[in-house]
Design a protein around this ligand. Structure first.
Ligand SMILES: CC(C)(COP(=O)(O)OP(=O)(O)OC[C@H]1O[C@@H](n2cnc3c(N)ncnc32)[C@H](O)[C@@H]1OP(=O)(O)O)[C@@H](O)C(=O)NCCC(=O)NCCS
Length: 147
């Protein structure tokens, strides 16, 4: 079993889209992922042998960085893959003088909130009724960490 992390390339998008469809969280289209590649966002993947099993995408601005998507294939969860992606994003951010990393997460997404808690993110704001769900509306939490 060989696990590697690398920059995303076009041929990873098929696996990434199938993770995105399983996850039902951000619901990005293939086009959204292609735009991130074209925009040269921070876009990393973890591969198990030749299959892409996890990814992270962040928009890097002068002193800030926003995580805009993060996903792990269901059968590969709880193996610290998201933690590895976050650790490497934090190292990259520190090396590039980024002062804060932030993101938006659904209040019901306990797995993600626990993950960010572990990396010392805290709530820095909220957007009431931000997400439309099958059962009504849901708040977004904005979480951030200063580096
Ligand atoms: C959230 C997500 C990225 C976590 O990925 P992962 O690789 O399983 O996470 P890790 O193995 O690195 O877990 C690190 C910590 O996160 C928390 N965590 C992860 N999954 C959890 C779960 N199902 N329930 C509660 N806490 C969880 C735990 O604190 C965990 O530490 P522990 O293993 O010591 O308990 C993954 O569940 C996922 O892809 N979810 C759907 C997409 C999503 O929600 N993306 C984030 C949008 S903001």
């Amino acid at each position: 079993m060989k696990i590697t992390e690398s920059d995303a390339i076009g041929s990873d998008l098929k696996d990434i889209l199938s993770i995105e469809i399983q996850n039902q969280v951000a619901l990005w289209s293939l086009n959204n992922f292609q735009e991130s590649l074209t925009a040269r966002d921070y876009f990393k993947v973890i591969k198990l042998n030749n299959e892409t099993v996890a990814f992270i995408i962040a928009k890097v601005m002068s002193f800030e960085c926003e995580i805009v998507n993060l996903g792990v294939k269901i059968s590969m969860r709880k193996k610290k893959l998201a933690s590895q992606l976050l650790n490497n994003l934090i190292d990259f951010s520190k090396a590039n003088s980024i002062k804060q990393i932030f993101l938006e997460v659904r209040v019901s997404n306990i797995a993600a909130i626990n993950l960010y808690d572990k990396f010392n993110f805290s709530e820095i704001g909220s957007r009431p009724n931000y997400y439309i769900t099958e059962h009504g509306k849901e708040d977004a939490l904005i979480m951030g960490v200063n580096l």
